[in-house]
Design a protein around this ligand. Structure first.
Ligand SMILES: [Ca+2]
Ligand SMILES: [Ca+2]
Length: 99
């Protein structure tokens, strides 16, 4: 498998690992999302000063308003964070380049 294929597989595996906790592996409940973010995105979660960050993230992403995230609803979080990371990466490169 290629590096990108591995990344996609990891993403799917991580989603299902946490989604499976209540027996319904197709969706993440708020509790499962919180666990996933605490374990897999601790750095991002630390930058969120709002203690209800997970709640508002869930609300933002939950398209069909069932208070759960399916894989399709979960992906924009990863995409959004990746875009933010990429910006930081570019910024970081620029900064170190200037020095
Ligand atoms: Ca679940
Ligand atoms: Ca939903």
């Amino acid at each position: 498998m290629t590096e990108l294929e591995n990344c996609m597989e990891s993403l799917i595996k991580i989603f299902h690992r946490y989604a499976d906790e209540d027996g319904d592996a197709t969706t993440l409940t708020k509790k499962e999302l919180k666990k996933l973010m605490e374990a897999e995105l601790p750095t991002f979660l630390k930058t969120q000063k709002n203690p209800k960050a997970v709640d508002s993230i869930l609300k933002d992403l939950d398209q069909n308003k069932d208070d759960k995230l399916d894989f399709e609803e979960f992906l924009p979080l990863v995409v959004g964070l990746s875009m933010a990371c990429e910006k930081c990466y570019m910024l970081h490169n620029k900064k170190t380049g200037k020095k």
